[in-house]
Ligand binder design. Structure first.
Ligand SMILES: NC(=O)c1ccc[n+]([C@@H]2O[C@H](COP(=O)([O-])OP(=O)(O)OC[C@H]3O[C@@H](n4cnc5c(N)ncnc54)[C@H](OP(=O)(O)O)[C@@H]3O)[C@@H](O)[C@H]2O)c1
Length: 384
């Protein structure tokens, strides 16, 4: 495998840190060209010293701090909001790992596909907001998209070597979140700390809250529809608490292929980085004697109304997914800052979505307008 030049957007987050662990393990295979983060300039400083990227972008808080510490000839320190797009478009870049959270990833994602890069998105928000546009541009500019999100990576892997036209549907597994067995009557009083304890995956705060409401699964349904060109009826969500099967595909003859493995994000990240090759991870193998059984169930839409809402939005399409994503970002942030309670997240998002007037087949401007509108609406509802 020839050495690949990487940009890691969101290098200080869970996905970014795991990506850099792989680079540390395989220094011959990967060279880091660019890193970006928002606030965590102290960790970014350490990463610059270890991985020696040529370009780095950071939010306002860390900008002067990093500029004082590094001489311009060794690394260029840039503004993350304005110049992430420039970093991903550098000629030397082979793969862009999108490990930053939220809709802010849309702009650099667009730049990466416009420059024909291989993009490895863990971020799902950009695909939820503007999936059809991103996929159209990727096709036009020959940009390859190799998903990192574990469910999408599973589907991608299951489809390898098969004809796309033979695909009947995909089965998206969900561990069921932290609240699968918590009495519904307690939902109103669940604290931020209780929600942030996810039983299977160690992740950033936003996605952990989205996993508890199952909004994350709803986003993944939309993400799968965009990545694999499916209708909402071709994506079935199945609760699978052991989280060993990361997703499955069913072909038109009824044959089903599942992708399995232990729950560690280094697996799908590394697959995206080494594709079409595979390298060892040093991770333990799945022990089926210990596992004994795998179980499956139907999602409980009463307990998780956010999933039902996301499926309705997926069916509607247009600017609705952009509104869903923006309202959810605002509501989750308000919950994390203890401005609303846990069930308030759904109420805010649902009311915002209900008030939206759809634009069908939106262009980028209309998608961004819907995003801004939804953020303002959700903020107003929280303040009321
Ligand atoms: N973690 C997982 O296991 C997992 C699995 C599947 C998909 N994903 C998806 O991957 C993305 C990242 O998840 P995560 O768990 O790694 O999140 P995280 O731990 O919260 O990390 C987010 C990263 O994005 C940066 N960031 C945040 N806001 C930004 C902005 N406005 N502009 C530029 N950078 C920004 C953060 O910088 P600072 O640290 O400096 O604030 C950090 O580096 C999410 O979209 C999530 O849905 C994650």
């Amino acid at each position: 495998m020839k050495t690949k030049n990487l940009v890691v957007l969101g290098s200080t987050g869970t996905i970014g840190i795991n990506t850099l662990k792989i680079v540390r393990q395989y220094p011959q295979q990967f060279r880091v060209v660019g890193l970006t983060a928002c606030n965590n300039f102290k960790l970014l400083e350490k990463q610059i010293r270890e991985f020696k990227p040529q370009y780095v972008a950071i939010g306002k808080q860390g900008f002067d701090y990093l500029r004082r510490r590094f001489d311009r000839a060794s690394v260029k320190i840039l503004d993350v909001d304005k110049e992430s797009g420039f970093i991903v478009s550098l000629k030397s870049v082979d793969i862009v790992v999108i490990g930053m959270r939220g809709g802010a990833a849309l702009a650099p994602f667009l730049e990466a596909v416009r420059h024909g890069k291989t993009v490895a998105p863990a971020n799902k928000e950009a695909l939820v907001m503007a999936g059809p546009l991103l996929m159209r541009l990727a096709r036009k500019h020959n940009a390859k998209i190799i998903p990192v999100d574990s469910e999408q990576s599973a589907i991608f892997q299951c489809l390898e070597g098969h004809r796309r036209e033979d695909l009947k549907r995909v089965i998206l597994t969900a561990s069921g979140g932290a609240l699968r067995k918590v009495p519904l009557t307690r939902f109103d009083r669940l604290s931020v700390n209780e929600i942030l304890r996810h039983p299977r995956w160690k992740m950033g705060e936003k996605i952990t809250v989205d996993s508890a409401t199952l909004m994350n699964k709803g986003f993944e349904v939309i993400e799968a529809m965009r990545l694999f060109d499916l209708t909402v009826d071709q994506v079935q969500v199945v609760i699978h608490p052991e989280a060993i099967i990361h997703s499955m595909v069913e072909f038109k003859d009824g044959s089903i292929i599942a992708q399995m493995g232990i729950t560690d994000m280094r697996l799908p990240i590394q697959y995206a980085l080494t594709y079409p090759h595979r390298l060892g991870t040093g991770l333990a193998s799945t022990d089926f004697y210990h596992l004994k059984q795998l179980t499956f169930g139907k999602p409980d839409f009463k307990r998780f109304p956010s999933l039902a809402l996301a499926l309705r939005v997926a069916r509607e399409g247009g600017t609705f997914p952009s509104v869903l994503n923006a309202a959810d970002e605002v509501a989750v942030d308000a919950f994390l800052n203890q401005k609303i309670n846990f069930t308030g997240i759904y109420r805010i998002v649902e009311r915002t979505v209900r008030r939206h007037r759809i634009v069908r087949d939106p262009d980028l401007k209309q998608i961004l307008e819907a995003d801004i509108w939804a953020r303002a609406q959700a903020t107003r509802l929280i303040e009321e």
